[in-house]
Design a protein around this ligand. Structure first.
Ligand SMILES: *Cc1c(COP(=O)(O)O)cnc(C)c1O
Length: 459
């Protein structure tokens, strides 16, 4: 028989207790944290949906790998295991271990970038953009129009706009392009997938202008699932083979292993080209560590190698994506405005549509994030004008393009009853949405204010 319920394809062997709290307690906690969820201790959170980065639960096999970790400085067995696994997956000969994704970005994009250089991506993730710009180069986003419309249903809203890409290349001059970066799935765009067809078209453009094609492959397993489900010719195909096909189109990849490698820390660069790899290795040794561990301990590398295999398991991926979609679709049906269709790792709520009576300079996203915490102890992340708002010369807010709240789903951590609890919390919030109040900023630092700003709830 075909069951309706897709169960978590694992049993729980080790548990981490959640401290329960009351609404009154949480009101107090939130006040102490100046209405900023980054300032709340995790023990005061019931369901933590702040990020899917580094928050995965490891498997029994990975924990066993932790014990097997070879901590030798040079040439550890765990390094061989990690390197061989990445070579097999990517088909790239040169593997460079780093302590997390941005360390790889810093090494590779500092080398390829610098003053006058240009990088073009479907959407540069914020650390990618920061590393490119820090080196003096320019980062340009080239997302398709479909990807920019939150409510539009489209199978591949993470795709690169190929016409625009070619225009930008001609505009900047091919000789000034550092690399073309395809982010799969497109994190900043809501975890939306990129099709194989689109990757082929990017390859063709890179061939035409002789450019380097790099995959930001943090969520390539989740992307492969979407390709199998949605792209013609891929039904029933093995997820790992789909990923291998996509790696085959590119010249290299940078990965934050904190996502689809199912570990809490780790990353790597993988490359076809020896010259670039050698240059990266020089920086690696200065900044991260020796070539056979980068910023990682032996046990980290062991767990990473195992995680990269486990993530392509068909039952895991089905559970992973359907549980994210389960949350998003329930909220959508209930009348909560969410970004459509639901992506791989997170559900994005359109707070401006949810709280239309709260003006953007009273931060509807922050208000909703606070309400979710008070009502359910749920920690989400504002992605709107608190995070991306700028100021004009009079100090008036130039708002972000959208006021979103992101519910990011840690891998293998929460069960369906946790998700149902989140849905129930939204039912309550929906009932009281017209009474929701905005917030005002009472303290803010100069940079990255969302991490440490203080807010006051308006009356
Ligand atoms: C998380 C992430 C990074 C950066 O990785 P860190 O491990 O957090 O340094 C880069 N690109 C994408 C798409 C990401 O999601």
């Amino acid at each position: 028989m075909q069951h309706k319920t897709i169960i978590e394809p694992f049993r729980i062997k080790s548990v981490e207790p959640i401290e329960m709290s009351t609404e009154d307690q949480r009101l107090e906690y939130l006040k102490e944290a100046h209405n900023n969820l980054f300032l709340i201790e995790s023990r005061k959170v019931i369901i933590d949906l702040l990020t899917d980065s580094g928050t995965s639960a490891m498997s029994a096999n990975q924990w066993a790998g932790i014990m097997r970790g070879d901590e030798s400085y040079a040439g550890a067995r765990s390094w061989e295991r990690m390197r061989d696994e990445i070579r097999d997956l990517t088909g790239y000969q040169y593997v460079i271990p780093t302590h997390q994704g941005r360390a790889g970005e810093s090494i590779l994009y500092t080398l390829l970038g610098g003053e006058g250089k240009v990088f073009i991506s479907n959407t540069h993730f914020d650390t990618t953009r920061a590393n490119i710009e820090f080196g003096g180069a320019t980062a340009i986003d080239c997302l398709t129009d479909e990807g920019k419309q939150p409510a539009l249903e489209h199978p591949f809203k993470g795709n690169m706009d190929i016409k625009q890409l070619e225009k930008e290349i001609l505009n900047s001059g091919a000789e000034n392009i550092g690399a073309i970066i395809l982010t799969v799935t497109n994190n900043s765009g809501g975890g939306q997938p990129v099709s194989m067809q689109n990757a082929k078209e990017v390859r063709a453009i890179c061939d035409k202008y002789n450019l380097l094609f790099v995959l930001d492959c943090c969520r390539i397993a989740e992307n492969s699932y979407f390709i199998e489900q949605r792209e013609e010719g891929y039904k029933g195909k093995d997820y790992r083979e789909i990923a291998q096909e996509m790696f085959g189109l590119a010249d290299g990849g940078v990965m934050s292993a904190k996502k689809d490698a199912l570990v809490n820390m780790g990353g790597f660069i993988a490359l076809k080209d020896k010259k670039i790899a050698d240059a990266c290795t020089n920086t690696l040794i200065i900044k991260e560590g020796f070539v056979t561990y980068g910023g990682l301990s032996g046990r980290d590398m062991e767990a990473l190698a195992i995680g990269l295999q486990e993530v392509f398991d068909k039952d895991y991926l089905k559970y992973r994506i359907t549980s994210t979609v389960y949350l998003g679709d329930r909220l959508h049906k209930m009348g909560i405005p969410v970004m459509r269709p639901i992506g791989g790792h997170a559900v994005y709520i359109d707070a401006k549509a949810m709280y239309p009576h709260i003006p953007v300079d009273e931060f509807p996203g922050q208000a909703l994030a606070c309400d979710l915490y008070v009502k359910g102890g749920i920690r989400a992340c504002e992605i709107g004008s608190v995070m991306f708002g700028k100021k004009d010369t009079d100090g008036k807010l130039i708002p972000a393009a959208m006021e979103l709240v992101r519910l990011a789903i840690p891998r293998r951590v929460y069960t369906q009853s946790h998700v149902d609890y989140v849905i129930e919390t939204f039912e309550e919030i929906l009932k009281e949405k017209d009474q929701a109040k905005g917030v005002k900023i009472t303290y803010e630092p100069k940079f990255l204010r969302h991490f440490t700003a203080h807010f006051e709830r308006l009356n």
